[in-house]
Write a protein that binds this ligand. Structure first.
Ligand code: HEM
Ligand code: NAG
Ligand code: NAG
Ligand code: NAG
Length: 596
């Protein structure tokens, strides 16, 4: 059954529900010993802690900073094949961008920045302290900006368990807790707070503040760029506005109490926008529209839930507000496989199309072009300086009007083949890296199965020939050459890019099946989206704030009404802003049949 996406919406939903159920049974694998912590009383911690502890009532360390990455598929040791085929050859021949491919009007640069903002909330691997080196082989060296480069291996840590013996540690809290703005530990958290009325630090120009070394002050700033800093700044404003609103209703709450409530609210707003706005633009079909709204509101919909609260099952009323969190018997974590399918660097273009936001809007509210700014000038510490000159409005509106890159073969930005990388604290490292080469190496080093094995393990039909992936003769010829005509050797990242996409999907189906499992899990396993999604924990004002915020557009409008008014014609802030607003369709959505 690989034509589920052509079924009428209600049948497609049934297929996806069964599929998710199967993945919950077969594709959630614990790494490390199962927590045997004493059950604590959740009422003692009615807030998100700085390092993610005390969320799961049955294991205080579940989802904490430096806990293990879990897995969706059994690990496949590739110690003997780390360099086979040579990752530099894969990067040069199959990844490196030939000609920029974009996503048309579907997905803009705010959407690309958004997912990086989320990655910086969820995952980052702890590294070894000693370095290793990759040298470009002579056959491709002339096509490599770095003939060799040094980097830190992923730290392999004993699990103390007989089944999966080693694993890696997540230095970010995997909960959907806004840690990209609040930090992943108490020290960072103290740095970003003002300790007055619950608020966070933000500069007068509406952008992030910086320390004496030019490093931005926010929860997680490692390997970031101007686009992500802009979103961090926007959500700091959101947090601070929530503090004011809650204080208005509860004038006696102190700094700590206001901070805790506002963090819960802001994290929930982020999770909601991701679920019913960002992902809807990523997977633009009627079936996915309903499925994603159902994750938040349930099939009975928003009006019903607003009126009657969470009634019945998660199918009818959504995950949010469920009576109890649900982890399907496996303590919550994000996974190695999840990290791999989120390797989406081809979303990045070569230049930012900077717009003139002082001019008059042109056709469909599009601002005139001012200048093309190379992406390399917008990353890291240099990027922060460039952003100061561009300003919040210029950056946001420009990203709104520019399409992101497409997740396709031969579309990995060339400028990422020679970049400065940073330490976890945001300071720069002396050794530049070649990102596409490193990414191929990382998946192998972390024992993530290669593409075809990954598919089998994800209950998908494996490919039996290159033609199952693509019709493009030139691509097939190159795949044959690089992988010595052995489809089992195909790297996951390459497979995800080459795979024919479902109409309306910006990602591959293989990646998508990890998504339906893990996107639901981020909500249902978290007590603050389930048993503690209530007025007592969030405050009445806070819950109302989450209930009435439906999109990124709403958040932008709240803080910058003139931006949406003047520059945004699209319905979603994640599609290109001069596109036509969604039209009304009189056919009830559950009965629609996808048109191909
Ligand atoms: C200008 C923007 C970006 C820069 C400079 C950047 C840079 C980096 C760097 C240096 C790493 C670490 C590589 C390693 O040592 O393994 C990394 C990892 C990663 N990036 Fe990006 N990236 C950017 C945008 C994005 C975007 C748009 C996505 C989209 C989802 C993304 C997803 C990831 C993921 C999933 C990882 C792996 C994290 C892990 O190992 O735990 N990045 N990036
Ligand atoms: C790095 O250090 C670890 C622990 O000391 C050691 O096991 C490993 O072999 C070293 N790796 C390299 C590449 O030197
Ligand atoms: C918010 O929505 C939930 C259902 O999702 C409902 O139970 C709750 O009463 C609402 N609260 C407010 C203050 O709007
Ligand atoms: C926005 O979209 C609508 C609907 O397609 C169109 O009529 C209108 O001209 C567009 N532009 C502006 C500036 O509203």
């Amino acid at each position: 059954m690989n034509l589920w996406h052509r079924l009428p919406v209600f049948l497609g939903l049934i297929y996806l529900a069964i599929r998710r159920h199967l993945h919950q049974q077969y594709n959630l694998i614990n790494v490390g010993t199962t927590p045997k912590g004493v059950r604590f009383n959740p009422a003692d911690h009615p807030y998100r802690t700085a390092n993610g502890e005390y969320n799961d009532p049955f294991g205080e360390g579940v989802g904490a900073q430096n806990s293990f990455f879990g897995r969706n598929n059994q690990p496949v040791d590739q110690t003997d094949e780390l360099m086979k085929p040579d990752p530099v050859v894969v990067a040069v021949k199959l990844l490196s961008r030939k000609k920029f491919i974009d996503t048309g009007k579907q997905f803009n640069m705010i959407a690309a920045s958004w997912i990086q903002f989320m990655i910086h909330d969820w995952i980052d691997h702890m590294e070894e302290t000693n370095q290793t080196e990759i040298v470009a082989p002579p056959e491709v060296a002339s096509q490599c900006p770095l003939k060799k480069f040094r980097f830190y291996k992923t730290k392999e840590v004993p699990t103390g368990f007989y089944d999966i013996k080693t694993g890696s540690l997540n230095i970010r809290t995997p909960w959907w807790d806004g840690s990209a703005i609040y930090g992943n530990d108490a020290e960072k958290n103290a740095e970003v707070r003002t300790f007055k009325d619950g608020k966070l630090k933000i500069a007068n120009n509406g952008l992030l503040q910086h320390d004496q070394d030019g490093i931005a002050i926010s929860g997680d700033v490692r390997n970031s760029w101007a686009g992500v800093s802009t979103l961090q700044a926007l959500f700091i404003k959101e947090h601070n506005a929530v503090c004011d609103a809650i204080k208005g209703e509860n004038p006696f709450l102190n700094d700590e109490e206001l901070y805790r409530h506002a963090r819960l609210v802001t994290a929930a707003v982020i999770a909601k926008i991701h679920t019913i706005d960002w992902t809807v633009e990523l997977l633009k079909t009627d079936t996915m529209y309903v499925a994603l709204h159902a994750n938040w509101y349930g099939l009975l919909g928003k009006k019903f839930k607003d009126a009657f609260g969470h009634v019945g099952s998660e199918i009818l009323s959504g995950y949010v507000g469920m009576k109890k969190p649900e982890n399907h018997g496996v303590p919550y974590s994000l996974t190695e496989d999840f990290t791999s399918v989120y390797r989406m660097h081809p979303l990045l273009p070569d230049t930012l199309h900077l717009r003139d936001t002082h001019a008059k809007p042109g056709k469909d509210k599009s601002p005139p072009m001012k200048q093309e700014v190379p992406m390399i000038d917008l990353i890291g510490l240099k990027g922060e300086k460039t952003l100061t000159n561009i300003g919040f409005t210029g950056q946001l509106v420009s990203m709104g009007h520019q399409a992101s890159g497409a997740l396709e073969i031969w579309n990995y930005p060339k400028w990422l083949r020679d970049i400065i990388v940073q330490n976890p604290d945001g300071s720069e490292r002396p050794d530049h890296v070649d990102m596409p080469t490193l990414e191929i190496y990382r998946d192998r080093e972390r024992k993530v199965p290669r593409y075809n094995h990954f598919r089998r393990s994800m209950l998908m039909i494996p490919i039996s020939k290159w033609e199952d992936l693509t019709n493009d003769a030139e691509v097939i010829k190159t795949l044959r050459e690089v992988y010595s005509d052995n489809i089992e050797k195909l790297d996951l990242l390459v497979g995800l890019m080459v795979e024919k996409k479902i109409k309306g999907f910006a990602i591959s189906e293989t990646a998508f099946f990890i998504f339906i499992l893990m996107a639901s899990r981020r909500l249902e396993a978290d007590r603050f989206f389930t048993s503690d999604f209530n007025e007592e924990t969030y405050t009445k004002k806070g819950l109302e704030w989450v209930n009435t915020t439906e999109s990124l557009r709403d958040v932008i409008t709240r803080h910058y009404p003139e931006i949406t008014e003047k520059w945004m014609n699209s319905t979603s802030a994640f599609s290109v802003w001069d596109s036509t607003p969604n039209a009304h369709n009189p056919i009830p959505i559950l009965l629609r049949v996808p048109q191909h």
